[in-house]
Design a protein around this ligand. Structure first.
Ligand SMILES: [Zn+2]
Length: 96
């Protein structure tokens, strides 16, 4: 991995960490801004957002998803579904 990609990944992780903290402080707009910057960095430098973090990002409104604050969690037969307050759904496959 090149140095630029390494730095980008570091920045993405840090921004998402900050976004999580802002949501917990109820500063949703600021969190959305952080997620927007992280996603833009990822697209611009062709670095993938880690799979473990990807589930917690709403693609539609750039919200950081934390159950009980910005999203609801449901379970269907094969998926865990994170539903953002804007209505967008993220699905995660359940491994049996
Ligand atoms: Zn959303």
């Amino acid at each position: 991995m090149s140095l630029i990609k390494e730095i980008t990944l570091f920045r993405i992780n840090r921004l998402l960490e900050l976004a999580e903290n802002r949501v917990k402080e109820n500063k949703i707009d600021l969190a959305k801004r952080y997620v927007y910057i992280a996603r833009r960095l990822s697209m611009h430098n062709k670095v993938k957002i880690p799979k473990s973090k990807k589930l917690f990002i709403c693609k539609k409104c750039n919200n950081y998803l934390i159950p009980g604050i910005t999203c609801k969690v449901r379970k269907s037969k094969d998926f865990i579904i994170y539903k953002c307050n804007c209505g967008n759904e993220n699905k995660m496959f359940i491994l049996h």
